[in-house]
Design a protein around this ligand. Structure first.
Ligand SMILES: [Zn+2]
Ligand SMILES: [Zn+2]
Length: 594
C-alpha cells in the first residue's frame, strides 16, 4: 500500500472516531457480540481459544461510558481504578463506567503504555491491536499524556473520601436522628447514599461546605430546590454556567449566570439553554455563588434536586441534607441505581411538561423537583416507589392526570435593592414558568455580602475523615500471591517501594534494546497479578530494510506490532489487556479480556 493510500484509509478510520460515549459504548458492545459470534461459528480446529470462549465464567466487560457524565473522558485515575479493581476486586468500589462480570476470574492485568510520535495516529496502522481489539478504541482524557501522573496513579490505590465515609457511616447516621412520622428527614439521602452516589464531601480539595455549622432537622426544616446548568470548558467537562435556587413557594431566591474558569469549548445549549450571547458580559464567578449560597441557606436547609450530586459537584459544595426526587420516586423498578428522568417524573406525577422543544431553563427543573419533593413528603414513604409495592397504573387510574394549567402572567423583574441590577436571568424559553414567579430582592453579589445564619454542628467534624489519607500505596493491598512487575522507568514515580518483595522494577533502560526488554518481560510475567509495561516507540529498532521502494513508510511499526503481540500472548487466559497509545496531543485506549 502506498503512503497516500495508507493515509487515506487511516483518515477514514479516524473520521469514524467515537463521537460520544454513547456511540463508543454501542460500538464496543457490537464488537463484543461480533467477537462472540465469530468465535462460536468458527469451526477451525486450529483456533485454540474456542473452548475458552464458551466458558460461562469468563469475565466480560460492558462499557457504561455514559455514567462518566456528559463529555467526560477516562483519565489516569479512572483507568487506574479499573486496573486496581481487577487486581483487588471487592476491596474497592466498583468502577461506575463499566461492568465486569466474573471479575474475580480476571487472573492477570496487563497494562501496556506506548509513547508514540506526534503523527502516529494519522500515519500508522498496527495490525495486531486492530485485530485483537476489533478496531474499537476510546479516546482518553488529556491527562494521560503525563507519564508521571499516569504511572503514579497506577501505583497508588485511591481511597476515596466516599469509601472512608461508607466504612464508618453507621456512626455518622446518628446525627440525622429521625423525628415524627411523615417528617421530611425520612426522605433525605443517608450518608451512605451520599457516598455511594459520589456527592461531594467537606474536606475534599476544592469543595466548600454550604454552612460552617448545621442544625439537626425538624419538621419545619425548609426545602430549597436547586438546579445547575453546565458547559464544557478547556479545564472541565462540567463547569457551572447557571444556577437557580427556589424556595417552597416556588419563588426564585437565586438565579444567575456564572462565568466558568477557563475557556468555554461547548455551551451544550441543547441541554443547558445557555448561549454564547447570554454569557458575553457575565462576570459572576463560582466563588460569588458559593458565598451567596452560604448566606441564603439556613443551617437546617434541605436541598432538593434530581441527580443532585451533579449540581453539587458543579457548585463544588457539600451539603448533608439532600432529597433527590430521582431517589425517592421510581415508577419503573429497574434496580436501585436506576433513576427516572426529571422530565418523565414531572409528566407522570405533576401532569406538567418541562424541557420542551422551546428549550431548557434551570428554574423549571428546580420548580419540578420542588413540586415532586413536596408531593412525596405529603403522600409518604410508599408513594411513587415501586420497590415498596406501589403501582403507577393504579395511581393513574385514581388520579385522572391532566396537564396542569399554568397562568401566564408576566411579572416585571424587580431590580436589586442593593445595586439595582436585574436579580434573575433573562429567560430564553418561550412561556417559561420562571417568568410568572416573583424574583429575589437582591442579586447574587449583594446577597453574598449578607450575614450567614449558623447552626450547632460542623459536618466535617462529625465525619471525622483523614483527608490526607486518600491513597494507599499499591503494595499495601497486595495479598500473599499478588505480585506486580513494573516494566517502566520507575524514576517517574514519587516513591518506589524498594522494601516490598511483591513489587519489582524492570526498567527498559537496563536492556540493550526494546526487543530484549520485551522478550524478558514476556518470559517472566506469568505469575504476576499486574504487569505494567511502557514502550517508547522511537526506541524500537526498525528492521533493516531490504526494499528501498518502501521509502519512509518503512519504519519500526512492524517491529512494535510484533512486540505487542508477544506481550499479550504471554498473559494467561482471562487476562484484562489495557493498551494505551499516547503522545502529547492525544491518547487512546484499547481494552479487552483475553
Ligand atoms: Zn445587587
Ligand atoms: Zn425560564
Amino acid at each position: 500500500m502506498g503512503k497516500r493510500e495508507l493515509r487515506e484509509s487511516l483518515k477514514s478510520d479516524i473520521d469514524n472516531l467515537f463521537k460520544s460515549p454513547e456511540v463508543a459504548e454501542h460500538e464496543f458492545q457490537n464488537a463484543t457480540k461480533r467477537q462472540k459470534v465469530f468465535k462460536q461459528s468458527s469451526s477451525t480446529p486450529t483456533k485454540p481459544s474456542t473452548s475458552i470462549e464458551r466458558d460461562p465464567n469468563k469475565p466480560r466487560i460492558d462499557l457504561r461510558l455514559t455514567r462518566l457524565g456528559d463529555g467526560q473522558r477516562l483519565d489516569c485515575d479512572t483507568l487506574a481504578h479499573l486496573v486496581h479493581y481487577t487486581v483487588f476486586g471487592s476491596a474497592l468500589q466498583r468502577p461506575r463506567w463499566l461492568n465486569i462480570s466474573h471479575h474475580r476470574n480476571v487472573l492477570q492485568s496487563l497494562v501496556i503504555r506506548v509513547n508514540v510520535e506526534e503523527d502516529f495516529f494519522t500515519t500508522t496502522n498496527l495490525s495486531f491491536p486492530n485485530e485483537f481489539f476489533d478496531r474499537r478504541w476510546i479516546e482518553l482524557d488529556s491527562d494521560i499524556s503525563n507519564r508521571s501522573l499516569f504511572w503514579n496513579s497506577m501505583m497508588k490505590v485511591q481511597l476515596t473520601i466516599q469509601e472512608q465515609v461508607r466504612r464508618k457511616s453507621d456512626k455518622m447516621q446518628k446525627i440525622f436522628q429521625k423525628t415524627g412520622k411523615h417528617d421530611k428527614s425520612h426522605f433525605i439521602l443517608t450518608t451512605t447514599n451520599l457516598a455511594d452516589r459520589n456527592f461531594p464531601f467537606p474536606g475534599v480539595e476544592g469543595v466548600v461546605p454550604t454552612k460552617q455549622r448545621y442544625k439537626k432537622l425538624c419538621s419545619s426544616s425548609p426545602l430549597f430546590s436547586v438546579d445547575c446548568e453546565m458547559c464544557e470548558t478547556d479545564l472541565a467537562n462540567r463547569a457551572l454556567t447557571r444556577i437557580s435556587i427556589i424556595d417552597e413557594n416556588e419563588a426564585t431566591i437565586l438565579d444567575t449566570l456564572v462565568k466558568p474558569e477557563g475557556r468555554i469549548t461547548d455551551y451544550l445549549t441543547r441541554y443547558s439553554g445557555i448561549t454564547e450571547d447570554m454569557m458575553k458580559n457575565v462576570t459572576t464567578t463560582l466563588q460569588d455563588v458559593q458565598k451567596a449560597v452560604q448566606n441564603l441557606l439556613p443551617p437546617d436547609a434541605i436541598l432538593v434536586g434530581h441527580s443532585l450530586e451533579h449540581d453539587l459537584q458543579a457548585m463544588k459544595m457539600s451539603h448533608p441534607f439532600c432529597l433527590d426526587v430521582g431517589h425517592v420516586l421510581n415508577y419503573t423498578n429497574n434496580g436501585a441505581s436506576f433513576r427516572n428522568s426529571l422530565k418523565n417524573l414531572t409528566e407522570l406525577f405533576l401532569g406538567a411538561r418541562i424541557q420542551s422543544e422551546f428549550g431548557h431553563c434551570s428554574y423549571e427543573d428546580a420548580w419540578a423537583a420542588m413540586r415532586l419533593a413536596q408531593l412525596k413528603i405529603q403522600k409518604g414513604i410508599i408513594f411513587g416507589n415501586t420497590s415498596f409495592g406501589w403501582k403507577f397504573s393504579e395511581y393513574a387510574k385514581q388520579n385522572g392526570l391532566v396537564e396542569e394549567k399554568c397562568v401566564k402572567k408576566k411579572i416585571v423583574s424587580i431590580p436589586c435593592t442593593g445595586c439595582s441590577e436585574p436579580t434573575v436571568v433573562e429567560c430564553t424559553v418561550m412561556n417559561c414558568r420562571c417568568r410568572i414567579v416573583p424574583g429575589p430582592s437582591q442579586c447574587v453579589h449583594c446577597v453574598k455580602l449578607g450575614d450567614s445564619e449558623q447552626g450547632d454542628f460542623d459536618w466535617q467534624e462529625t465525619l471525622d475523615i483523614d483527608t490526607n489519607k486518600t491513597t494507599s500505596p499499591i503494595e499495601k493491598y497486595l495479598k500473599k500471591m499478588n505480585t506486580v512487575m513494573c516494566a517502566f522507568d520507575t524514576t517517574v514515580l514519587d516513591t518506589f517501594p524498594t522494601s516490598s518483595k511483591k513489587v519489582r522494577s524492570k526498567p527498559p533502560t537496563k536492556f540493550s534494546s526494546t526487543e530484549t526488554f520485551v522478550n524478558d518481560v514476556s518470559s517472566e510475567m506469568l505469575n504476576d497479578s499486574l504487569i505494567l509495561v511502557e514502550i517508547d516507540k522511537e526506541k524500537v529498532d526498525a528492521p533493516e530494510s531490504t526494499d528501498s521502494d518502501q521509502g519512509d513508510v518503512q519504519d519500526n511499526a512492524e517491529a512494535l506490532n510484533g512486540m505487542l503481540e508477544k506481550l499479550v500472548a504471554a498473559t494467561s487466559k482471562n487476562s484484562m489487556i489495557m493498551m494505551i497509545f499516547s503522545n502529547s496531543y492525544k491518547s487512546i485506549l484499547y481494552l479487552r479480556i483475553k
